[in-house]
Design a protein around this ligand. Structure first.
Ligand code: ATP
Ligand code: MG
Length: 783
């Protein structure tokens, strides 16, 4: 039975039978475990309900039980419930949980899912009202960008200055705000060189002609349809008799309006969330939506849950103390009956590799039972990182020691698109015969070498029995390809030749070569021009890839390593430690949680603070709160004093969030025998500075001597100290410099970001400026 076939007569009859069923008292064992507030949230079936409560207080549990109760009492049929969750994974879990509560699997809850999944289904039914056919296609980002590029060119706009990706970001932002082209606010009319709105309209027209939508359209079209067609809205208001929303704090304006329209009739809407866990502001989420619920739905029952069932008191207190530093929040009390348990542990490491090593060892120790805890399974443990590039060090380490792991919410490091692309370039440098690698990158970034050109290359190669690179060369020689494609292909082939030469030259640093390849191929630039939210992360992954190279002798050795570890992958059934970003960890819980990389600049993220100032910092702090509150029994925060980026060591200061942790709930760990430990966080760090290895090291002392270390307890001015990375562009001819591999030398010429250097021992070389430091700072580059 589909909602739109429904008739009022049918509905009335059905309703009668429903209440008859509702009368027949059924056992409700699922109510028993709930506390009074949760029970209230479950049983107050009619009218608006808001559950606004801190982490781990059983919001999701109450929401799930409410669904079970609606079904079990017969008040609603499965297809009359609209339940929105944040991820497909959460939706699956919720369905399973409802089944468990009811004691049997739940059949047919077609409207339990994410906003996107639900809207696709709705839009297929009503496509014609949006000028589409019901078999419309959903564009992926690539298609979307290609389309925008065409429109930009057609509008005579310089695509170099006004890249399509930027337009995509702007349009996405407008869609999140529920603005059709006509509704874009006057304040934003200047976007994209004053042409944004016009291009947005043209883009929507093109999509319609193609019978296509993008992701943002799914919601926006349905919203527009509801607004313009009262009858359709009325139909769904009748049909979706009960609406439930989890993680309400992360809804954007369009989602919020959509929900408000649907709930507008019966007002049977139950939203649950936590303003302290709003972490998607950067994607248009509006925490204000949850704060104005009572205004939108007068008479709403507001239920606050205060008992936390997830974490030990120390973990809870540490998280509450941290989030207290945020200004714009409602504030809440949380308590728990759990035993005191372990304090939140804090440990500083010399560098990122040591951090990964330590966590690997700790995970192994915990499996055998340590720190007074029962033995834990790897399934009970999670590593939550701020940025996906942090995952690489853990993956490499775990593959080396054979510790099974899974990456949640994204591909594993070496499976990421940008990493595979970059590796394809490296493979070609090592071996220009590598046809698969050539196929992968020949038109990445776009070089005007589309399917047709690629086919010509293939044919040429096959008919001459040569490799694709050779085939391409022949094609150019015989003028089988002309125009822009030909000149771009020539450039690529010249590049491959040069890079291959570099790979064969033992004097050429392979790390530098990798950087040169990524630059000269235009691949780095391709992502720099990309304005989608994923682009900065991809650039960081590329940096991380270059960093990984440093541990190897040459490119060849590195490629072999990756091939081997990828081959070692076992997708077995056994227990695995989880690695994921903090964003992906929303709503989840684990007995043991590791939170690495708490360094200023990495976490809180410099980018987020640069782009959004205090607002950005507060969102980062909420993310830290989400991280700590995922832990049930043991939470370990760590930071590294040094991270290697692009061949340079960056010294980082411990995250400001560490200072904000309440001292009484934190234990500072240091390697055994070095320092006796202590309660207070800050003084712990101070003591550590006096005794522990990291802070007693020459590198750290030098930093202090340079006056760059913030006095403990003072507000932090500089975040990440970058040793001379920024200054390098300013070299002059004659300057004395130091290079990690070639030693001391004198700058003899400058071209772009490359320096001609006469090295004292290694002779003349052309190196990227970033790889040298002024000679007087040579000591800052660890050998
Ligand atoms: P978050 O804000 O992180 O999404 P939440 O408020 O949704 O957290 P839940 O995930 O529903 O919290 O619950 C946290 C843990 O507490 C779960 O393991 C859940 O089973 C348990 N729990 C919730 N309510 C109760 C209760 N009344 N009695 C015992 N355990 C409970
Ligand atoms: Mg939850």
């Amino acid at each position: 039975m589909s909602p739109i076939d429904d008739t009022d007569a049918f509905e009335a009859a059905e309703r009668a039978s429903l209440s008859a069923r509702a009368m027949a008292a059924r056992p409700m064992p699922y109510l028993e475990g709930l506390n009074p507030a949760q029970r209230q949230a479950v049983e107050a079936l009619d009218g608006p309900v808001l559950m606004l409560a801190g982490a781990g207080t059983g919001k999701t549990k109450a929401l799930t039980t409410r669904i079970a109760h609606l079904l079990n009492t017969g008040v609603a049929r499965p297809n009359e419930i609209l339940a929105v969750t944040f991820t497909n994974k959460a939706a699956r879990e919720m369905k399973e949980r409802v089944g468990r509560l009811m004691g049997h699997t739940v059949e047919g809850m077609p409207w339990l899912g994410t906003f996107h999944a639900i809207c696709v289904k709705l839009l297929r039914r009503h496509a014609e009202l949006a000028g589409l056919k019901s078999n419309f296609t959903i564009l992926d980002t690539d298609d979307q960008i290609r389309l925008m590029k065409q429109l930009i060119v057609a509008a005579n706009i310089d695509e170099k200055r006004w890249p399509a990706r930027q337009l995509a970001g702007i349009i996405d932002h407008w869609k999140n705000r529920a603005w059709t082209p006509e509704q874009v606010s006057a304040a934003e009319a200047s976007a994209f060189n004053n042409r944004g709105v016009e291009l947005y309209a043209a883009y929507q027209d093109r999509l319609r002609n193609l019978n296509a939508v993008d992701f943002g359209d799914l919601l926006l079209h349905m919203l527009t349809i509801f607004q313009a067609h009262e009858d359709v809205l009325a139909q769904y208001r009748r049909w979706f008799r009960y609406i439930l929303v989890d993680e309400y704090q992360d809804t954007n304006v369009a989602q919020y309006m959509w929900l408000r329209l649907l709930a507008g009739g019966h007002k049977n809407i139950c939203c649950v969330g936590d303003d302290d866990q709003s972490i998607y502001g950067w994607r248009g989420a509006e925490v204000g939506n949850i704060l104005r619920f009572e205004k939108d739905f007068p008479g709403a029952e507001v239920i606050r849950l205060e008992q936390n069932y997830r974490s030990t008191p120390h973990i809870l207190a540490a998280a509450s103390g941290l989030i207290a530093a945020n200004k714009g929040r409602l504030g809440k009390t949380l308590w728990t009956e759990a035993d005191e348990g372990e304090k939140v542990r804090l440990i500083g490491h010399w560098d990122g590799e040591e951090e990964a090593r330590w966590i690997g060892e700790e995970a192994e120790a915990l499996q055998g039972g340590s720190r007074g805890l029962d033995p834990k399974s790897l399934d009970d443990m999670a590593i939550l990182v701020r940025a996906s590039h942090q995952m690489r060090a853990f993956e490499d380490r775990f593959l080396t020691i054979g510790l099974p792991y899974r990456v949640i919410g994204g591909p594993r490091f070496y499976e990421r698109m940008e990493i595979r692309d970059a590796m394809a370039y490296f493979r070609l440098a090592v071996s220009p015969d590598d046809d698969l690698a050539f196929e992968r990158i020949v038109n990445t970034p776009k070089r005007g070498l589309g399917d047709k050109a690629q086919q010509k290359i293939q044919v040429m190669a096959r008919s001459n029995g040569v490799t694709l690179v050779e085939g391409a060369r022949l094609l150019l020689e015989t003028q089988g390809l002309t125009g822009k494609g030909a000149s771009e292909l020539r450039k690529l082939l010249q590049g491959i030749g040069r890079w291959h030469g570099g790979a064969l030259d033992s004097a050429q640093s392979h790390v530098e070569l990798a950087e040169i390849i990524l630059e000269e191929s235009g691949y780095t630039e391709h992502w720099q021009n990309d304005k989608t939210p994923e682009a900065p992360g991809r650039l960081e992954n590329l940096k991380e890839l270059v960093k990984a190279l440093e541990e190897f002798e040459n490119l060849q050795g590195f490629l072999e390593h990756v091939a081997l570890i990828m081959d070692n992958e076992t997708e077995g059934e056994g227990a695995k430690i989880s690695i994921m970003t903090l964003h992906a960890a929303k709503g989840l819980e684990f007995p043991v949680v590791f939170l690495p990389g708490w360094e200023d600049g990495l976490f809180p993220s410099q980018r987020s603070m640069d782009e959004s100032g205090l607002k950005g910092l507060e969102e980062e702090r909420r993310l830290a709160y989400v991280g700590i509150t995922r832990a049930e029994e043991l939470c370990t925060i760590s930071f590294a004093a040094n991270r290697r980026v692009y061949g340079q060591w960056q010294s980082a200061l411990p995250s400001r969030f560490i200072d904000e942790l309440p001292e009484a709930h934190v234990e500072v760990l240091t390697p055994p025998g070095l320092y006796g430990g202590g309660g207070a966080v800050s003084s712990g760090i101070e003591q550590a500075a006096a005794g522990a290895n990291v802070y007693n090291s020459p590198g750290w002392k030098r930093l202090q001597a340079r006056g760059q270390q913030r006095p403990v307890g003072q507000p932090r001015e500089s975040r990440t100290i970058t040793i001379d990375v920024e200054a390098v562009a300013a070299y002059e001819s004659g300057a004395r410099v130091f290079h990690q591999k070639f030693g001391y030398g004198t700058v003899t010429g400058i071209e772009g970001d490359k320096l001609d250097i006469a090295f004292d021992k290694a002779g003349r070389k052309n190196v990227v400026a970033r790889f040298v430091v002024p000679a007087e700072n040579a000591d800052d580059v660890p050998s």
